[in-house]
Design a protein around this ligand. Sequence first.
Ligand SMILES: [Zn+2]
Length: 268
Amino acid sequence: VTLSIDPSAAMPVPRATLDELVWLSRELGQQDRDLILLAEGNTSALLDDGSFLVKASGARLDRIAAREFARLRVEPLLEAVRDAAPRDVAALLADARCEPSPGIGVPSIETFVHVVCLGMGGARFVAHTHPTQLVGLLSTPAAKEILTAGALFPDEAVICGVAPLFVEYSAPGLELGRALAIRLREHLALHGEPPRTILLANHGLVTVGRSASDALAVTVMAVKAARVRAAALAAGGLRPLTAASLNELVRRPDEIDRRVRLTGAAGD
Ligand SMILES: [Zn+2]
């Protein structure tokens, strides 16, 4: 992703992108999905001029309006994530503001997670949620083994990808953004492509989408996969798909077509 920065000449926010972001947010916020409660969770979308939209702090996803998104520039925030120097986060977020913006609210504390996914992880849309069943597994001593043992069923591999990224607990905010950036760089070096699902220990889920519908599809499938894991563990243990099965599955043309149909996103 090439990011060109010219804050004096920011383009208007494309209506279609803003509408998609509102749609994704309200879908994630539907109470029967059990992904978030109250003002939990947040979403973002990348724009073509090196800026992005992110949910304002305190806004509720289920009833969010366009004016509850703030527009920020990627580069100054990514720079703060990449170094280890102490930063005044409020000043950093204020300086990164970009006009015209849909709203004037304070950006979510999780803006740094979003900027890493958008600026380093190839995402166009990012969904961050706290699904009950998944946070339960993320809060166990064996969370990493349970959740990175490998996909358990074909649709998990096809929709969520074969290699989720697991990140140990860090305090929400810049510290978590920095921890995620380090893990994401390692993941990219190892796998050659970004993860679609990012698992935050004792916290929640981040999905990296190429579209809003992709981010939603990966989220709901990751939650289903968590339920399947809990059922498998209760029945005696996990038996993941073999590496050979996974490799065959994610490269099969009919499975790639299925992912395109399910998520609206092209397979790799
Ligand atoms: Zn969170």
